[in-house]
Design a protein around this ligand. Sequence first.
Ligand code: NAD
Length: 493
Amino acid sequence: MKKVDVFINGEFRTPFLNRYFPVINPATGDVIAEAAEGNEQDIEWAVESAVKAFRETTWAHDKELRFRVLNQLATLLRDNLDELTELESNITGRPIREMKAQLARLPEWFEFFASVLKTHGTDSPPFSGDYINYTQRIPLGVVGLITPWNHPLLILTKKLAPALAAGNSVVIKPSESAPVTPSILGELAKEAGVPNGIVNIVPGYGAVAGKALSTNKNLAKVDVTGGTETGRHIAAAAGFNLAKVAAELGGKASVLVLPDANLEEAVNGSAFAAFIATGQTCVQGSRIFVHESQYDEFLERFVEKTKGLKVGDPQKLETDIGPVISEKQYRRILDYIQIGKDEGAEIAFGGKSLDGKGYYIEPTIFKNVHNKMRIAQDEIFGPVTCVLKYSTTSELIELANGTDMGLAMSVWSNDIRQAHNLAGKLEAGIIWINDHHRIDPSSPWGGFKSSGIGLENSIKCFEDYSKIRNVIVNIQEKSFDWFDGSAQVKRYS
Ligand code: NAD
């Protein structure tokens, strides 16, 4: 069985308490690994190690080293993809075909941010008088990365690549449900040449290790992906310490099917949006809006499509829907299905759990849903979606925006003018037109409203992992002495 220890200053150690917790395979309920239960002391040591490495190694200053190492890390990731894919599928229950498609893209993040660090320049803002004025982009210092279980490697990579490219050192607190592959990424970073102490990893529970990390006074930034309530706690703690915060939080994505959409594409896209990763993604299409003239036909075709999805062993290539992550989440999703029924919505398909081992729930479609119902508002984080009816475009905009969340939405339409016009009126950080859940390291990712603050991906994210120093150089021929009484010129200090 795999054992995940605390990783500090480039070496694995037993945790301070010498306690470990089980990591469960959700497809079987079996324990597949045990992970260190890091506590406040482990976090303290990890942050100390990160501070020391930031100050004493050349990492923060040596761009050439960072460029080489990040590209080497991309290569090592590619070499290890098969092992990582199988492990991550076993730990999250995510079907192997999806896992392969996702993890194959990870090296791109290290390559993209390596290129950014090599090419991103700084400004020379104009300055009055005989002065040369320039800015330097420098790393922040020690950054805390707190990550969820649903895409353990992808989300860590989205944070780690820009953090390292910008020259920071990091302390990672991976999810207690999926700490195994993040630990392997730490080892690969070391093998790629990241100096000891620049990457530190402390597995453990959110309320203990996560809290200790987010409240640590030596952090310059905390970057978290998780639920909205988790994000509020972390942002408040970081705010108190005047540390920067990026928070990628919960979602409740709307899928907007316009009357001119290609219905088959919209049905296929909605099935993907609703059921990829067994519905356990922050951008899950959990609110599908269909025009009243097409509602019945869409629903019939959507149910037919969903019936064809294969629920089963995530390790089999033909599987479309795996188990949900844990018993706790399994019970919560089934409770929400009951809440939906109690609220008066009707099940168009699914709604039940599967007998036998593992935390399996059928892909579930609710019809006759009202926008104010809890199933249309709360993030369920499972294979449950709602199909809602609208009659006019203005009503559609109001309904789609009628949630606290604002991470992502998709618009399905063949009318270019209408689709773009609508995109400009939707309250979400990411809008896809005729697609859903597309992502690229170069393209900004971040939520509006209660879905978070700050960004992942893109040059903007690299900039957010650094700070600016302004250097003002006096090149006047004459030396300056204010107190000789001759200076009458304007001066702003
Ligand atoms: P979670 O909020 O339970 O945990 C996320 C991380 O925060 C874990 O490492 C956890 O241990 C830690 N944590 C929990 N409480 C903490 C506290 N008080 N202080 C410090 N750390 C704490 O989330 P999860 O169940 O792992 O992931 C699912 C959630 O993540 C969903 O809400 C989903 O929408 C969201 N998510 C968002 C995005 C995005 O890009 N916006 C992407 C993926 C997942």
